[in-house]
Design a protein around this ligand. Sequence first.
Ligand SMILES: Cc1ncc(COP(=O)(O)O)c(C=O)c1O
Length: 388
Amino acid sequence: MSEQHDWSSSGFSTRAIHAGSDPDPRTGAVIPAINVSTTYKQDGVGGLRSGYEYSRSANPTRDALQECLAALEGGGSAHAFASGLAAEDTLLRTVLVPGDHVVVPDDAYGGTYRLIARVLGRWGVDHTPVDISDAGAVAAAVRPGRTKLVWAETPTNPLLTVGDISALAEVAHDAGALLAVDNTFATPYLQQPLALGADVVVHSTTKYAGGHSDVVGGALVVRAGADELSERIGFHQNSMGAVAGPFDAWLVLRGLKTLAVRMDRHCDSAEAVVAFLADHPAVAQVLHPSLPDHPGHEVAARQMRRGGGMVSFRVGSRDKALAACERTRVFTLAESLGGVESLVEHPAAMTHASVAGSALEVPDDLVRLSVGLEDVDDLIGDLDRALA
Ligand SMILES: Cc1ncc(COP(=O)(O)O)c(C=O)c1O
């Protein structure tokens, strides 16, 4: 139990450091405990202390993380899961039943598409892939009466396409559907989808939220006022059981405390890397929302604080892309993103191999970088060598 304080009017980093982390009233501990107990003593049958009964249903460490996530996204409530995909699955099965339809981005994390197309598809949920940077195309893909959810990811993984969240919210709500936004790439520090009209924010907290490549986790943050939706998600979370464990929840909560400073440095270095790549003769195209010639630049400038730490670029052929990925030394060749260490990958053969042959297939000359927190001169020197 913690002394409750309302941090809602405080700045981002104050909320990140304090929301959910009020000092323990018994010991004064300034850091929330990793509460591993699976069960809680009842004061008489049904007499629950502080509402805790069994740790799948509720756990104090998970609650601390959920409070912090809700405060950072400006949401009414948050639910923390064992992975980003567990969060997605729980949301999808909360709001969709067989016969329903979901609009999905034609560029998105491959695992999201695989879940919707190949897992939920078998249970009678239909989907239409569409370019979410074109709100008119999203409106045309909606099936009146059947579309219950519009799924957006912005910027997208791996092409960094930008969707206009306010416009997408209008399209979804006109159709009687909900808008879910995967905010994993931007993080709540760079972008606040709920304030722009989204109903639910989705996170793979494995990435920037955790920030140190040492925890797999996910989250759903529900807009304030949507209590019934939040209760239904909570019911499914408890019924399906894919909750975040206490140590994982604690690691994500610790990561969130430094999110703003990390994101500013990720953005600074990504912008320097973008400038270097844009001038490099071996690079055919650089994709980053900060670039004035990026098709989503104007929308990104409106809805994002900065362009983020992810950079993709094309080098003209699969062989050249593979060679660049294999020659770096500071950028580690690995999947995932958002940690302190820089990573390089070939999406067509790695993170997005599961969407080969689908509408989400990615160009095979594409290289994706997660620009980390090493010294930027070392990062640029490494890319210079790899592209030579
Ligand atoms: C944008 C995005 N959303 C969701 C996920 C899935 O999250 P997790 O790997 O934590 O299940 C990922 C994973 O790479 C991702 O990049």
